[in-house]
Structure formats: C-alpha cells, structure tokens
Design a protein around this ligand. Sequence first.
Ligand SMILES: O=c1[nH]c(=O)c2[nH]c(=O)[nH]c2[nH]1
Length: 302
Amino acid sequence: MSNSNVYLKTARYGKDLVRLMRVYREPSGVQRCTELTVRLLLEGDIETSYTKADNSVVVTTDTCKNTCNIIAKRSQNVDNIDVFAQEITRHVLNQYKHISSAHVKIIKHKWTRLNVNGKPHPHSFVRDGEDISTTEVDHYRAGDKVTIKSGLDKLLVLKTTGSAFHGFYKDEYTTLPEVWDRIFSTVVNASWTIGPAPASALANIDFPAIHAGVRQITTDTFATDDSASVQATLYLMEQQILAKFPAVNEIYYALPNKHYVGVDMNKFNIDNTGSNMEVYHPQADPSGLITATLARKQPAKL
Ligand SMILES: O=c1[nH]c(=O)c2[nH]c(=O)[nH]c2[nH]1
C-alpha cells in the first residue's frame, strides 16, 4: 500500500512474560529470593521495521529477554521492583541510541520465608497468598523523564461485620434491601503514580516502604472502618495514602464487591435473617465494582 491516507501512529514491541527467579546468597548462609514476570517494550526510530520490512532497526525481542536476565544477574535491587525496572530502562536507553523510550512492567510473585520451629528458615519459602506487587516504569530519553505506576493486586479480604449499606437511591427498579450489618469482601487492586520526573529526582524514594505502607493502610482501613459503603471505605484508603506518601501524585483503587447473600430458610421455619443471619451463599457473579482515583491538585515536588 503506498500513498495511502494512513500513518503509523504508535509502535512498541519487546518481550512479555519473561519469568525469572533471582537468588541472593549471603555470607551468613541466609538466602533471599525474588520471582518476577517482566515485560520490556521499546519505542523509537523503529517505524521502518513495520513499514519497510527493515530489520536493521530491530533490537530483537530475544535480546529484550536477555537484557532482563543479565540486568537481574548484575543487580542488587531485583526485589525492589521499581528500582530494578529503572535499571532495565536505563540500560536500554544507554545501549540503543535510536530507542526513545523504554517501558517495563513487572509482577512480583509472593515468596514468604518459612518459619521452622519458630525461627525464620534460611532458604525455604511459602506462597502464603496470591496477592502480587506490580510496577510499570515509562522512561523517556527526552528530559530523562520517568513515570512509575506501582501497584498491589489480587489481595482478597473479607470481614463478617462492620459494614452497612442503606440510604441509597430508590426507584421502581430497586429491589435491594437496606442492611445495617453485612459481609464485606473484596479483591483489592490499587495503583499509585510517582512522577513524571527526571530519573535523578526519584533516586531517594523508598519504593518498598510505599508498597508496604499502601498494603498496611488498605488492610487496616478495611478492618477498622465502620463501612457505610465500598465507595466511602475506598475513599478513606486513598486519602490516607496521599497524606502519608508525599511522592505519590495519585492513587487508584478498584474494589469488586463480592456479594455474600443470606440463604433463605423460611421454608424450614428457620430464621436466617437480620441479626440471625449465619449462613450465606458466596455469589460467584455478578459483583459490584467500585473504582476511583484521588489526585493532588498540585503534583508532588520531588
Ligand atoms: O457498598 C456498596 N456500594 C454500592 O454502590 C452498592 N450497590 C449494591 O447493590 N450494593 C452496594 N454496596
């Protein structure tokens, strides 16, 4: 096709689902491990690889995979995924002058040190939850600008009281009864943004402390808030995160409302309603889905 009224608007490519495990062996005999799934995508003067079958501009996706592994081998920061991701993007921008931006997404899988006879074991771990930490680093050569979107995902929580939902809008389509006490369960997905800022301005940020702090605020608030709604509890979490972490510009939550409905036992003359509700049916679907982003009017000064 030539002379057509089209143009290549965007193009990014690289390797996805690069799985790696990095082990650190300390002289004391204690070992640490980090298991990641990494995506590295490149953008830049690569248009001709699409439009003219010109492979001379293509840093192969196989090289992208090798890059993730080699930087992991050389890095002391693999567990600190926001920093490790920047080590990869930094390398790419240094190595390939025709690449204008590098984009790394990392999922960190959970390995928690096992306790044996009450003591942390030096080299054995357990998957004690499916929740994951994530990061997405966009690194642009122009201005050496970095944006980091870090996250927490798949964190399943439930409380058996301390949650109500009443006073909602009612019309002829409404059948939901008001409740003053219900089960509240959700799978937390949260993400927070730091930057855009020059890479040097991010050097002193304690990213692991933010990951841990967001998780703590999430679970503390979930447990202790006398919840009027998922919306209100979500907002409370977001306010605390922006108050506690000045480097964070905005915070997003997506909280499915995983419904637990009281089983109807009227036919058996058994009262399983109101304060006598003790047997519930966990509904697979549908679920509510409550989302919001809270942002600073003035972006953080880093
Ligand atoms: O916390 C809630 N928010 C809603 O918007 C909603 N809608 C609904 O049916 N149940 C709930 N619960």
